[in-house]
Design a protein around this ligand. Structure first.
Ligand code: FRU
Length: 399
């Protein structure tokens, strides 16, 4: 109820119908930088590197999810991106599609790279399996560009258990995906955040007073609000090679409020823990509306909370009132820069929806205690590294 689409400190700049398209042959959407395990984007031998979900641009925009592959791009200046191709070999993913995750330089290694992603299996009823997985390989670069080797197999890490996290049997419209791996500075342990739902059988539990919270006396909770049950999950890593994990209870739930809190990620700053996620108007429960974009929550007691919504409402960076669905899959980096992809622009003349499938302008968001402020707009797809990954000379061999 507190989400305000007209607050300019939490709004993206308006994207016009004449936005630049990065690739004529590809849709690209959810994007993340090559980074260290503490969340800092890194360059490799002078190259900035990003990863995006990609699909052939001939596929209808709304069908892209079942064709999603992870592609990679590199640039010298953090914005003129050259496409390098798919990251994973054909054999690496045993399921239908590669959905979001993140890519880290393995701590202490020279050029070992680990991509955590969602290995997703579809059938005619929807997402049948969705498993957090890892695929490993190495990065190489010379003056001409960047390339990868390995990524020829993947290992399943964890999946919904039906106890903390809703599974297919409980709801065939479940969500379980988008692992984000990081070291928690408070205990030095490795964790993964992920998108999930509260483990109820769809529609069988009622929204209680705790979920509704303090609201005006005449507030009516529609019957179907209980179909929306987003949660942000967390798993703890049990092995040094980051392949064994245990599920812990969710950090945050939105039962009766929204059905999706996607791509969760975290920033530790000035002793505060900032938990970010993306959501959209279309997944709010009956009786509620909101913005498409980045939401955030802050804890004064570390990763396990309790959390309070940033800005009172949780909204950090949403679509402007004139173009509410213009961008999505926002990702805020430790340097305060928020990147996202262009989603759907409404042509003000014809009213027609124009699919984006390219990167949106980057926006700087300052975090100040329990508040955030959008302060600066950069170029489309500006995703610069914060520091150069330490490498020492080794032979460049493309064989
Ligand atoms: C967000 C998202 C992610 C998912 C991907 C699938 O845009 O829904 O949660 O991994 O897109 O295409």
């Amino acid at each position: 109820m507190k989400v305000n689409k007209f607050d300019l400190t939490t709004s993206m700049p308006e994207i016009g119908t004449d936005f630049p398209i990065m690739r004529d042959d590809l849709w690209l959407w959810d994007t993340w930088p090559l980074r260290d395990i503490n969340g800092n984007p890194v360059s490799f031998k002078g190259w900035n590197v990003i990863f995006s979900l990609v699909a052939d641009r001939n596929i209808p925009w709304n069908d892209r999810h079942s064709h999603a592959r992870i592609g990679y791009f590199y640039s010298k200046d953090g914005k003129s991106w050259v496409y390098g191709g798919h990251l994973l070999q054909e054999s690496a993913n045993t399921r239908t599609a590669e959905w979001s995750g993140g890519t880290i330089m393995a701590p202490g290694s020279r050029n070992q790279v680990e991509t955590f992603f969602t290995s997703t299996l579809f059938d005619k009823n929807g997402v049948r399996e969705a498993v957090a997985a890892v695929t490993k390989g190495r990065i190489y670069a010379d003056s001409e560009g960047v390339w990868f080797k390995g990524f020829d197999q993947s290992t399943d890490l964890f999946q919904a258990d039906g106890l903390f996290y809703q599974n297919y049997a409980e709801n065939n419209l479940w969500n379980f995906r988008d692992p984000h791996v990081f070291i928690n500075p408070e205990d030095g342990e490795t964790y993964a955040l992920f998108e999930a739902n509260v483990a109820t059988v769809r529609g069988e539990d009622d929204i209680g007073e705790d979920e509704i919270g303090p609201v005006p006396a005449n507030t009516v909770v529609p019957k179907d609000a209980n179909l929306c049950s987003a949660s942000i999950g967390i798993a703890r890593c049990l092995s040094p090679d980051r392949t064994e994990w245990e599920l812990l209870p969710p950090l945050l739930t939105a039962f009766g409020v929204n059905d999706q809190m996607e791509r969760p990620h975290v920033i530790f700053q000035n002793g505060l823990t900032y938990l970010f996620t993306i959501s959209h108007d279309s997944t709010y429960a009956d009786g509620l509306t909101g913005s498409d974009g980045l939401y955030g929550f802050v804890s004064e007691n570390g990763i396990f909370g309790p959390y309070e919504p940033l800005n009172g409402s949780g909204l950090v960076l949403g679509g402007p009132a004139s173009q509410p669905t213009e961008a999505y899959a926002h990702y805020i980096m430790n340097n305060g820069l928020v990147e996202s992809f262009i989603n759907e622009i409404i042509d003000p003349k014809s009213g027609k929806v124009i699919a984006g499938g390219s990167l949106a302008p980057t926006v700087r968001v300052e975090l100040q205690g329990h508040e955030t402020f959008a302060t600066e707009v950069f170029d489309y797809g500006y995703i610069p590294a914060s520091y150069a990954w330490p490498v020492w000379p080794f032979p460049d061999r493309r064989k």
